[in-house]
Design a protein around this ligand. Structure first.
Ligand code: 6R9
Length: 655
């Protein structure tokens, strides 16, 4: 790791924005000045400018009971109205909201007027299914227009959605449905992935099936979109076809105003313990910063730009930069159902050419896998429409950054590397194109209105040229309002570490270079980042030990050329299991087991069956040493181990 950091800090290339870009850019240095002069007034101004408030707010921030913030809290708005109706009322109903592209090549173009109509119908259907203000709705859908319509319909009713990534297993879905107490699940029969229909409804059926623990489950209805055309089981009275209910519903629906702090959604993310955290976001502040960041970071010209964020709606990036930010700003965007390489490795570039995408936002892991295939593939397509590129999810190494700039951006499109988290709700750190000279590998500077610092373990500023922990020093509009049902965990996880200073602890290591630009150095806790997705070591360990063969397990994130980090597991097998079973194929069995338990993204790259795990005298597993083994390095300092011989035994077993 440290050699990698040194290498990063040797990076001195800088790319100032071109004159042409500056001339048309909506940002200017004045934005920073206004925010610095009066932060709260700045956010108040932004919110009034970007959103329609049914009842205007008179207070910007109430921080009288930290860490529980209230933004714009005496104002009232409707999130869906802001994303839909007001654009139609302003005469932009014919503007394309979604250019949707199915994986097999089918496509649909949906205008703002059409999407508004659809959302009103879905809102009426959900009302009929018993959903009202404050109820929870789980959404387990592929990347189809109905996914966006579902989120907005839930928001329109003042209800709360919990989108669960379609790649998650029935068990993961069940845990999220239970934790939120969802009343309705919206799903599909299946969706297209890698050239085949991948079924979704069976996982919902399984999640809602008898759990054998006598617990009442909360779901009353399942609304099912037909997409894959695959056969599905049907529960009469519980299941409703979308294509029966939605077209038959009325397209009249008046958006009611809700208080600014009305909960909007829960999104589960991995923490340092096994149980995922239900991150809670509310309405007015969240939508303000989603719209603001989308507008300025992406230099959005809604009349002419075509925006494409490749994230799935199951992740926060899909919430803020597929659903809420772009729609609040009246943008035209691309929504793609499938994988980047189906049916051919140039699929993404073909889509950019087809829709003349001008702003493209994706993750470093995708860029690295395209680099591996080679530039000949993208070079077959006309990518000249691209004028701005974005990156999110993990640090982007300078090599990948340069490749992205040259091969995809034609050496002209600025790249914005955006740092943020599920918890922050929206982008916090990024260059402003048209203002900032960009630097390969650095996420650079906090957005106007955002206060970030790098501090040491005691909370003291480290200053330029030094590394430490990234903190957010002032509340921000789209900050999480808590962890669903667990206020204590919220305080402990994010606020306890720097309680005296009142800083939010992000869990990331960072460094400030001599210019004061930020370099993100990865998580400092037991959270891994695999292809830009957060996974917790504890969650995968508990899944491994849930298998009858496993006595003990330790999981580490090991550096991986394509995925950033990869899951590597070290497992001790029970004597009793070995006595009765053939150990051949056991590693593969456990890999698949984790995939079934959590989802394919959590499946370990390697499972090593070992006899012992390295532990300190107090019994803590020393993952640092296992990481050395997993990354094929000389094993580090073992002096604090209870048994110092253990590492040589493990190294031998792994070879
Ligand atoms: C938006 C999103 C958050 C974690 C975060 C950090 C890493 C995200 C990054 C980045 C370096 C960037 N991360 N963006 N690291 N540079 N531009 O990814 O949310 O899934 O909650 O992950 O991802 O470690 O703490 P989430």
């Amino acid at each position: 790791m440290s050699s990698q950091i040194d290498h990063l800090l040797d990076e001195t290339r800088k790319f100032p924005p071109s004159e042409d870009f500056v001339a048309q850019s909506i940002s200017s240095p004045e934005l920073y000045e206004r925010a610095a002069a009066d932060r709260e007034a700045f956010w108040g101004e932004q919110s009034r400018e970007l959103l329609h408030w049914h009842k205007p707010f008179t207070r910007v921030l109430d921080w009288s009971a930290p860490p529980f913030a209230k933004w714009f809290d005496d104002g009232e708005l409707n999130v869906a109205y802001n994303c839909l109706d007001r654009h139609v009322e302003a005469g932009n109903g014919d503007r394309v909201a979604l250019h949707w592209e199915g994986e097999p090549g089918d496509s649909r173009t949906i205008t703002y007027a059409e999407l508004t109509d659809e959302v009103k119908r879905v809102a009426n259907v959900l009302t009929d299914l018993g959903i009202g203000h404050g109820d929870r709705v789980a959404i387990y859908l592929p990347m189809i227009p109905e996914a966006i319509a579902s989120m907005l319909a839930v928001a329109r009713l003042g209800a709360i959605h919990s989108v669960v990534f379609g790649g998650f297993s029935a068990d993961s879905l069940r845990a999220r449905i239970d934790d939120a107490g969802a009343k309705v699940v919206i799903t599909a029969d299946g969706g297209y992935r890698k050239g085949r229909v991948s079924a979704l409804k069976p996982a919902v059926d399984q999640a809602l099936g008898d759990r054998g623990d006598g617990e009442q489950q909360t779901v009353e209805h399942v609304l099912v979109v037909r997409r894959g055309g695959n056969e599905v089981d049907w529960v009469e009275g519980r299941d409703v076809w979308w294509h029966d209910a939605v077209p038959a519903a009325s397209a009249e629906h008046v958006a009611e105003a809700f208080p600014s702090e009305n909960p909007l959604y829960i999104l589960y993310t991995s923490g340092t313990t096994g149980k995922p955290k239900g991150i809670l976001h509310t309405s007015g502040g969240y939508l303000t910063q989603a719209a603001y960041s989308h507008k300025y970071v992406f230099d959005l010209h809604p009349e002419t730009d075509v925006f494409w964020c490749t994230a799935d709606i199951g992740w926060v990036t899909g919430h803020s930069y597929v659903a809420y930010g772009p729609l609040a700003n009246g943008a035209t965007q691309v929504l793609y159902e499938g994988t980047p390489d189906a049916p051919h490795p140039g699929r993404w570039w073909e889509i950019i050419e087809k829709y003349k995408v001008s702003i493209f936002y994706t993750a470093p892991t995708a860029i690295r896998s395209f680099m591996k295939i080679g530039r000949a593939v993208p070079q077959k397509f006309d990518l000249s429409s691209l004028r701005l590129l974005g990156s999110v999810g993990e640090p982007i190494n300078p090599e990948a950054w340069m490749w992205y700039r040259e091969v995809i951006g034609g050496n002209k499109a600025p790249i914005v590397d955006t740092w943020w988290q599920t918890e922050t709700g929206a982008i916090m750190v990024s260059a402003l194109p048209g203002v900032t000279s960009t630097k390969p590998g650095s996420a650079q500077v906090p957005l106007p209105g955002i206060s970030i610092d790098v501090v040491d373990e005691q909370g003291a500023e480290v200053g330029n040229g030094n590394g430490g922990l990234l903190v957010i020093t002032e509340p921000w509009p789209s900050m999480l309002r808590g962890i669903w049902g667990d206020p204590e965990r919220y305080k402990e996880t994010y606020w306890e570490k720097f309680e005296d200073q009142g800083y939010y602890f992000a869990g990331d290591g960072a460094r400030l270079d001599d210019d004061g630009d930020l370099w993100l150095l990865g998580r400092v806790d037991d959270v891994m980042n695999v292809s830009g997705h957060r996974l917790s070591t504890a969650e995968i360990e508990s899944s491994l030990v849930a298998h009858e063969a496993t006595a003990e397990a330790a999981v580490v994130g090991a550096a991986d050329e394509t995925t950033g980090q990869a899951v590597v597991a070290f497992v001790i097998i029970k004597e009793s299991y070995l006595a009765a079973h053939d150990p051949a194929g056991l590693a593969q069995l456990l890999r698949l087991w984790v995939g079934e338990q959590i989802g394919a993204i959590a499946r370990p790259r390697d499972v090593y069956i070992v006899g012992e795990l390295p532990k300190t005298r107090s019994g803590k597993i020393m993952r640092r040493l296992l990481r050395d083994v997993a990354e094929g390095r000389e094993v580090g300092d073992t002096t604090t181990l209870a048994d110092t011989a253990v590492m040589s035994i493990i190294s031998a077993q792994v070879k």
